[in-house]
Design a protein around this ligand. Structure first.
Ligand SMILES: NC(=O)c1ccc[n+]([C@@H]2O[C@H](COP(=O)([O-])OP(=O)(O)OC[C@H]3O[C@@H](n4cnc5c(N)ncnc54)[C@H](O)[C@@H]3O)[C@@H](O)[C@H]2O)c1
Length: 548
């Protein structure tokens, strides 16, 4: 039976059949022959996800001093029903990822249609033609319970499978660069043996040229430059691999302005990525307890943070929003704990701060449901009869990436408590975590498994028009610092709703004047880390009493 893959806009693509593979490889061989004649090196980027799609374009856009492209890039995406559509889309010059960076779409268009330095394919045979393979497939960490990262495991299936496929197909001289964030030790203890065994099977005596260099990409306004114009760390399994990876990165990334750090061994590069993200997860988690302290003792944590930030030594202190999302921070520390036992074989438990931070971050947003409940109670309205609007679905401001966003848990917990949820986000047209919750992010991996009563959330649609979203709402939760929400006028909000509401500020979005105005309009206000709202409420009440 014919199988189709659907793009996010609903376009239908027929998955390739057996015969197509032969024709596709012939097409690639012809293209590669011409490209080699032009002196271009052939780079296969495996995995056209958030990282691979844009990395492929950055490499394809690289030029020498005479401004001619130095690489021909073949983006390789496995033809699953879930992801195949990315291949034909990219071949038209269209980005397979949505982005707020105005550089992404023109760059892909330019490389595919003008420079002719980028194409996409579904056949692993492309690997046979590569001088360099860049691995950008996922490596997940699967959690078995909510708020306990220790109960989980690294899911290396896609990565292990990819490495075996690569070793089956490549020329022994091909450089294989793993960019995937991996459990420290993976390159030498997992990838190298997989490849070496396959090389032996093929009668190849030489060592695989394997290297690691992690991505620091931020899918947002600076998507492209966060890959191209940013510092890199790298390391190879042997001298030749190190030499080759340094050469490659110097040719495709702006290492003149952002110098490379070359470490002795891949485990050091892998550890750098995990420590970097665990550090950030920790400084965010650390403020969760102070956020509660602030709420219970009349302190505005946002002002406290501003006061501290002026010290140059403390300038990276950050107010944690409703949970710390994105693909990386919730999982990367878990890969570290897992590696310690399962790759390196240690039995003791040396990790305290890293898992605790992830657990705190993973459950911080549940407190938002408690604040909403309390605000509704103060207004004498039952939560289970309420219609609640969440403003912002993504994990950070002004991007459309919803992966592991705090907003998802807010929606799930409040739904479990009986409320009806609505959502507005100007950057998100489909919130797949709900619309496709049986298969997204993977089957049985939806966070719905930690909550009851989640079935109806498949019908949750993201409202694009704020005025419409506000109509008839009982509570508004400011969940993300999108620019659209920073200056909303309380009078307008209450007018659009049609009466007083509960307002929950999760991200220090409301200044004191707005908080005061909401109270004057008969609303109830609560906020994460914003204990001073009670003082403002009392002032408004006292003023009203003296006026009466
Ligand atoms: N912001 C970010 O997203 C970010 C930042 C830094 C690092 N990283 C890391 O980069 C890596 C990739 O992340 P991502 O966000 O691009 O993931 P993703 O899930 O968006 O993309 C992975 C892609 O690889 C494809 N794939 C899997 N197996 C394959 C195979 N055998 N052959 C060809 N394609 C295959 C998948 O279909 C998918 O399209 C992860 O390790 C991640 O932690 C991500």
């Amino acid at each position: 039976m014919a199988k189709y893959s659907f793009s996010p806009t609903g376009e239908k693509f027929l998955l390739p059949a057996k015969n197509d593979y032969i024709k596709e490889f012939e097409r690639l061989k012809k293209l590669v022959k011409n490209q080699r004649a032009m002196g271009r090196e052939i780079v296969v980027v495996m995995g056209l996800g958030f990282v691979g799609a844009v990395m492929a374009a950055v490499v394809a856009d690289a030029e020498d001093k005479k401004r001619t492209p130095t690489k021909f890039v073949i983006g390789m995406q496995r033809p699953s029903t879930r992801s195949y559509w990315k291949t034909p889309l990219l071949n038209r010059g269209l980005p397979p990822v949505s982005s707020e960076d105005p550089e992404v779409a023109p760059m892909i268009h330019r490389c595919v249609n003008e420079k002719k330095s980028l194409i996409a394919t579904y056949t692993y045979d492309a690997l046979k033609l590569a001088d360099v393979v860049v691995v950008d497939v996922q490596c997940d960490y699967l959690k078995e319970s909510l708020g306990n990262v220790r109960e989980g495991r690294a899911d290396m299936e896609a990565l292990e499978e990819s490495l075996e496929i690569i070793a089956t197909h490549i020329n022994p001289e091909t450089l294989v660069l793993i960019e995937t964030t991996v459990a420290p030790g993976t390159t030498e203890q997992v990838a190298y043996p997989i490849m070496k065994k396959m090389f032996r099977k093929r009668g190849i005596q030489s060592d695989p040229l394997l290297a690691h260099s992690f991505e620091r990409v931020m899918p947002g306004k600076n998507y492209v430059s966060s890959i191209r114009d940013f510092w890199r760390v790298c390391s190879g399994v042997n001298e030749e691999a190190t030499r080759r990876v340094v050469k490659f990165l110097k040719e495709v990334i702006n290492t003149k302005k952002y110098p490379l750090t070359v470490l002795d061994k891949p485990i050091e590069s892998e550890t750098a990525k995990i420590v970097e993200n665990s550090f950030r997860a920790t400084i965010l988690a650390f403020l969760d307890e102070w956020s509660l302290f602030a709420e219970r003792n009349g302190v505005d944590l946002t002002k406290v943070i501003q006061a501290i930030k002026v010290r140059p030594t403390h300038s990276n202190i950050i107010f944690p929003g409703p949970g710390i999302g994105g693909y990386c921070l919730p999982k990367d520390g878990g890969l570290g704990l897992w590696a310690y036992r399962h790759i390196h074989g240690w039995e003791d438990d040396i990790f305290k701060i890293t898992p605790m931070s992830i657990d705190i971050n993973d459950t911080r947003s549940l407190h938002v449901a408690q604040l909403t409940r309390d605000a509704m109670r103060n207004m004498g309205r039952p939560l289970a009869l309420a219609e609640i609007l969440v403003l912002g679905a993504s994990y950070r401001e002004d991007v459309g990436d919803t992966r592991y966003s705090g907003s998802e848990l807010i929606v799930r917990r409040l739904t479990e408590m009986g409320a009806e949820l609505k959502v507005h986000d100007p950057y998100v047209s489909h919130w797949w975590e709900f619309e496709k919750q049986d298969e997204y992010p993977a089957s049985s991996q939806s966070l719905k498994r930690f909550f009851r009563g989640q079935e109806k959330l498949k019908d949750l649609r993201v409202e694009q028009e704020l005025k419409k979203a506000l109509e008839g709402t009982d509570a508004v939760i400011f969940a993300v610092r999108h620019k659209h929400y920073l200056n909303l006028d309380p009078d307008e909000v209450v007018k659009n709703v049609g009466g007083p509401i509960a307002v929950i500020d999760c991200f220090g979005i409301l200044d004191d004047d707005r908080i005061r105005r909401y109270f004057e309009l008969g609303c109830e206000v609560k906020g994460l880390g914003r204990g001073h709202v009670k003082r403002i409420k009392d002032q408004v009440r006292d003023k009203k009493r003296t006026e009466d």
